[in-house]
Ligand binder design. Structure first.
Ligand code: ATP
Ligand code: LTN
Length: 335
């Protein structure tokens, strides 16, 4: 990608495990849109990753096309960026296997997402859940990405990717660019509205814990109204005020106001007024996305064309790296 334009390469993915949350939007997708100006970007729907948790096949299929429509609705432009579905580009699974054979059991055991998800899904601690970060490393390394914009929860996987790339390059000779994480200073970890010590997650059982980017305005307002705060009254960012800190982060990211400005704005008012204001800016920010999604999801032919074109372009880039890797490790290639 970089070869053609000289721009740095950005790559990121999102799992089709449900409608994106406000956390996905603020921590990741919102920034992906902005980066399209200055970088060569590749964004994809990580359907293979979502298989690490039991999915209802019909729902996965539906969620995958919806995820493509959501990315488009959030401003990802297939004319500017690569936009594709992971399983449509075979190189991901193939490189995943080669990298599996260079990843260490010990380092994968330390991944906190693995620990969390195996506790959450104790009846299905499968091998894919364990090697999830290796598949993710392959996604990134195939496109020789410079930066990977993700939420803070993915930082450890990025460190793992860097170690794996360096190990591979040392063993077999330079093949992979060693990527850097790109984590927003503010909003990289939006917390649950019901338990502000846990991250907001689209697979949360408590529906009031997350705002989906397609929620109706009245649903959004109600979720903020019910958001857990504390027994004080002052809107100020301070340790121990997890609920208020989270609402201030959301408000600050969307309006661009600083924490001090926000404290001044709500001086002498109660939490009720503040929650209402946060709800309102979120409703306004998400309205155009919901509208655009409503239009796009009707047009299946267009969405499928985006997938097809994206897969063809992405395969071209990915195959180049994969062929180099195969040669380096000594797999026999016949032309
Ligand atoms: P699941 O709940 O199914 O595990 P998820 O909501 O964590 O999904 P992912 O598809 O795993 O979503 O993540 C997509 C992107 O959104 C990643 O870059 C991730 O870091 C980011 N992200 C996820 N949750 C949050 C959050 N609460 N705050 C900020 N960023 C987030
Ligand atoms: N693990 C990521 C999704 C993901 C990803 C990637 C992100 C899969 N492959 C490559 C960045 C780069 C998550 O958000 N849970």
């Amino acid at each position: 990608m970089e070869e053609q334009t000289g721009k740095k390469v950005i790559l990121s993915g999102i799992q089709p495990t449900g409608t994106f949350t406000l956390g996905n939007y603020i921590g990741a997708v919102r920034n992906w849109d902005r980066m399209q100006q200055d970088y060569d970007c590749a964004y994809f729907v990580a359907d293979l990753h979502s298989l690490t948790v039991r999915q209802e096949p019909g729902a996965l299929k539906k969620n995958t096309l919806e995820a493509v429509a959501l990315l488009l609705a959030c401003g990802i432009d297939p004319e500017k960026s690569l936009l594709f579905v992971q399983s449509h580009v075979r190189a991901h699974a193939e490189l995943g296997w080669i990298l599996d054979c260079n990843a260490l059991f010990g380092e994968l055991t330390r991944m906190t997402q693995f620990k969390d998800k195996s506790a959450q899904h104790a009846d299905n601690v499968n091998a894919g859940l364990f090697t999830y970060p290796v598949l993710m490393a392959g996604d990134i390394l195939l496109y020789q990405a410079d930066y990977v914009p993700v939420g803070a929860d993915q930082k450890q996987h990025l460190e793992f990717t860097r170690n794996l790339a360096e190990r591979f390059n040392n063993l077999y000779g330079e093949v992979f660019k060693v990527p850097e994480p790109y984590i927003a200073k503010n909003g990289a970890r939006v917390m649950s509205l019901q338990d502000p010590t846990r991250k907001m997650s689209k697979s949360d059982e408590n529906l009031n814990g997350f705002v989906s980017i397609l929620d109706e305005p009245n649903v959004i307002m109600n979720k903020f109204k019910r958001a857990v705060t504390d027994s004080e009254t002052e809107v100020v960012y301070r340790e121990g005020k997890d609920g208020i800190n989270n609402l201030m982060t959301i408000y600050s990211v969307i309006t661009g106001k600083s924490y001090d400005d926000i404290t001044a704005e709500f001086a002498g008012k109660g939490y009720g007024d503040f929650k209402k204001a946060v709800g309102e800016v979120v409703v306004d920010a998400l309205a155009p996305i919901r509208e655009e999604f409503g239009r796009l999801i009707q047009d299946k032919a267009y969405l499928e064309k985006v997938c097809k074109d994206g897969a063809a372009k992405a395969s071209y880039v990915a195959e180049k790296t994969l062929t180099k890797v195969k040669k380096k490790v000594g797999l026999y290639i016949v032309k």
